[in-house]
Design a binder for this molecule. Structure first.
Ligand code: WQD
Length: 361
């Protein structure tokens, strides 16, 4: 089965690709490098992976080739060319801009990239009869949760405070409407909680361009001394230690969830549109996460309490039981493995995929 993975060079994408390849799926990878490293040095690289250093390493780790194309989903001609030259059996659509604060400052860029990109892809899928579709959504669509743990039938779309969350919510609606109108689609929406960690090899991991937006990549860069201090956004939340609680999930568990969803689609015909939370069901606070990485690294992480973000949720964690019941998927890793693997990646790749200036020839 040949799977087109969009956003394949990114943090989630590279881990999903490695799990697909190790499960016997064939992968065609595309990325536009809006949030991953395109290294000119690699353009001349024989692997044909162009600038996708992350995928080059996935290819090394699996010993498998990864056909790859640079493609911007906003460009209809580029997308059409893909479907004209390749035969796909399924799509795993991960490509999206995901910086929450930036999405509020540049809504048009986010609607254009996340919505128009998804619509171009879906139209091409329809035209070329590719109707098995897995979509990367986010716990952000739950807005300010009224009930905990969050279940797939918990309210969505209310109190969405950022354009990023709106775009995820809107693409979910498009997929639900599509499955209602056309019965031959097999669609799975995966709502990610907070992915953390790295492949146990330490060869691939999270490498945000610029300052990390999310907690754990920021903490990891403070831990190796690349950033001076972690600013904790508020310690007056209604939580045991006053800091925000989230459902952190090991990136390998999250990636395996995509393989389980694909296996499910392969086994069951015309499922319509199904939705699953991908989380552990356990919440940890910011201070607990800092302590866990200090334990894994043996280092002290400097922190300072700063202002709470304008709209920040005190607690978010899910009920992951539906994914176990229907997909046979559940998390295998806990907090210590998340921090063990995050530390292993960060200490071995202090500057992510980019070489420090000193090492660049
Ligand atoms: C987690 C906790 C912060 C940074 C994100 C976005 C989006 C989504 C994942 C994909 C909160 C605290 C953070 C820092 C801090 N991705 N924090 N100092 O809030 O769940 O939002 O979820 O869909 O990226 O929606 O994750 O990592 O931003 O914050 O104190 O420098 O860490 O207050 O309590 P969140 P986060």
């Amino acid at each position: 089965m040949k799977v087109l993975v969009t956003g394949a060079a990114g943090f989630i994408g590279s881990h999903v690709v490695i799990c697909l390849l190790e499960s016997g799926y064939d992968v065609f990878a595309i990325d536009n490098f809006s949030n991953s490293v395109e290294d000119d040095f690699l353009q001349k690289d024989k692997s044909g992976l162009g600038g996708a250093e992350s995928l080059k390493r996935v290819s090394e780790l699996t010993g498998k080739d990864i056909p790859f194309a640079k493609c911007d989903l906003k460009n209809e001609q580029e997308v059409e060319k893909l479907f004209k030259t390749q035969k796909f059996d399924a799509i795993i659509h991960l490509a999206a801009l995901k910086a929450v604060a930036k999405s509020v400052e540049t809504p048009l860029e986010y609607y254009s990239n996340n919505l128009i990109g998804s619509l171009n892809l879906l139209n091409m899928c329809k035209n070329y009869g590719v109707k098995k579709f897995i979509f990367s959504s986010s716990a952000t669509v739950y807005g300010l949760p009224k009930e905990l743990p969050i279940r797939e039938d918990s309210p969505t779309g209310q109190g969405l405070t950022n354009t990023y969350g709106q775009t995820k919510f809107m693409v979910e609606k498009i997929l639900m409407d599509l499955a209602k109108a056309e019965k031959d689609w097999d669609i799975v929406i995966l709502r990610y909680f907070n992915p953390v960690g790295a492949h146990p090899s330490g060869r691939i991991g999270e490498d945000p361009l610029g300052l990390p937006n999310n907690l754990m990549p920021f903490v990891a860069q403070v831990c190796i001394g690349r950033l001076p201090v972690l600013k904790i956004y508020g310690d007056k939340f209604d939580t045991p230690d006053g800091t925000g609680i989230r459902d952190y999930i090991h990136i390998m568990d999250l990636a395996r969830g995509h393989v389980s969803a694909l296996d499910h689609i392969k086994k069951n015909k015309q499922i319509g549109c199904e939705i699953y939370n991908l989380g552990t069901g356990k919440g940890y606070s910011v201070l607990e996460m800092v302590a866990a990485l200090e334990k894994a690294s043996g280092r002290k992480i400097p922190i300072e309490i700063s202002a709470q973000r304008p709209v920040d949720v005190a607690r978010m964690y899910c009920d992951p039981s539906l994914a176990y019941e229907k997909l046979g998927w559940r998390c295998e890793y806990g907090l210590s493995e998340m921090c063990r693997d995050l530390w292993n990646w960060q200490i071995n790749n202090p500057y992510g995929y980019t070489k420090p200036l000193a090492e660049q020839v």
